[in-house]
Design a protein around this ligand. Structure first.
Ligand code: UDP
Ligand code: MG
Length: 334
């Protein structure tokens, strides 16, 4: 059996502090997997520079000129972690047999890669990295993250508990995944939808080796909300359910009001009307907001804008339709 070519895909945004520390760790991991005869020596580390404002791209270029194991591509601007990762995976799929996506900050234990590759060799097409302990996360992060996974599952999102974006995916799966053309992407919830044989590998999550987290509280909530709304339409159903319950309650109330009216026991009742106006008004606004969120998503989807634009890369691009077009334009001036 020929050995699979592995690409480790790593999104990086303003990571000049941590990249020089972790890059050799990824290189050595590829080296040891090659030495153990698990993967092909054509395996690479592919960095995706997500429009960094510091010297991240220069560091990637330098690494790649010094050692052929490092490759890099740079996006035309910052597009966020999910899009950067997607760009890397879509580029890698034509160049390798398996990809492993991982953050560049050393939080995820790279030694789990051995087991991931082993699972692939045993027939799994997707191997999810699952955090078994979150001791190094703050109580707040742990609590919000874990409750979120539970909520998302209740909403019908097929998601692996405590799995983020550390996973092995074969090019076979990626080729099918390329058909998922939505612009609102939440990768960890989308891969289970592709299917194929999958399994989990457990690891401990460490602290960042250097630099700072890019996920502010507001970004975390945005990702969490995007996750629910791109995987499930249950919130809309819940609104319908709420509407029905309120309608039933109103009917009972109307009957009560009418009976009171005919019995002549009506009171001015301004407090109860005020309460109901406020309550219903509030609920209506929330409901409109939730529905609006989906309408907004539809709006973004209909535009079909590219999810990322590659500005530069350290490797030669494959000869595709576009490459031919480039040659044609070069010939024109003659
Ligand atoms: N990242 C990215 N684009 C962004 C923000 C983050 O590519 O706009 C990368 C970042 O360089 C890192 C990974 O996504 O490799 C995870 O980010 P971070 O470690 O800041 O998040 P946390 O682990 O704190 O959730
Ligand atoms: Mg991190």
């Amino acid at each position: 059996m020929t050995k699979p070519v592995l690409y480790i895909v790593i999104p990086c945004y303003n990571e000049e502090k941590v990249l020089p520390v972790t890059a050799p760790m990824f290189r050595d991991k590829i080296g040891s997997l090659v030495n153990n005869g698990k993967i092909s020596s054509k395996s690479r580390v592919l960095f995706v520079d997500d429009g960094s404002k510091d010297s991240t791209w220069q560091i990637i270029q330098k690494l790649s000129s010094e050692n052929e194991v490092y490759e890099g591509l740079s996006l035309s601007r910052n597009r966020g972690h999910q899009n950067a990762l997607l760009a890397g995976l879509m580029e890698a799929k034509g160049l390798c047999d398996i990809t492993i996506s991982i953050d560049c900050d050393g939080q995820d234990d790279i030694n789990a890669m051995d087991q991931m590759v082993e699972e692939y060799l045993n027939g799994a097409e997707i191997v999810y990295g699952v955090r078994c302990k979150r001791d190094t996360d703050t109580f707040f992060k742990r609590f919000t993250a874990e409750s979120y996974y539970k909520l998302l599952r209740k909403m019908g999102g097929e998601i692996i508990y405590n799995h983020a974006d550390y996973r092995l995916v074969s090019s076979r799966v990626l080729n099918e995944f390329a058909g998922f053309e939505e612009v609102n992407i939440f990768l960890r919830g989308m891969f289970p939808l592709v299917g194929f044989k999958s399994t989990c590998v457990y690891y401990e999550r460490h602290e960042r080796l250097a630099g700072e987290s890019h996920y502010s509280l507001s970004k975390m909530f945005a990702l969490a909300f995007d996750g629910i709304t791109s995987l499930s339409i249950k919130p809309i159903r819940m609104i319908t359910g709420m509407g029905i319950s309120f309608a039933v309650v109103s009917l009972i109330l109307i009957a009560y009001v009418l009976i009171s009216f005919f019995c002549g026991t009506t009171v001015p009742g301004w407090s109860s009307s005020l309460i109901s106006v406020c309550l219903i008004g509030g609920i209506q606004l929330i409901s409109l907001g939730v529905i609006g969120e989906y309408v907004g998503k539809i709006y973004l989807e209909t535009k079909r804008r590219p999810r990322y634009i590659i500005a530069e890369q350290t490797y030669k691009t494959q000869k595709t339709g576009n490459a031919d077009a480039d040659e044609e334009t070069e010939e024109k001036p003659e």
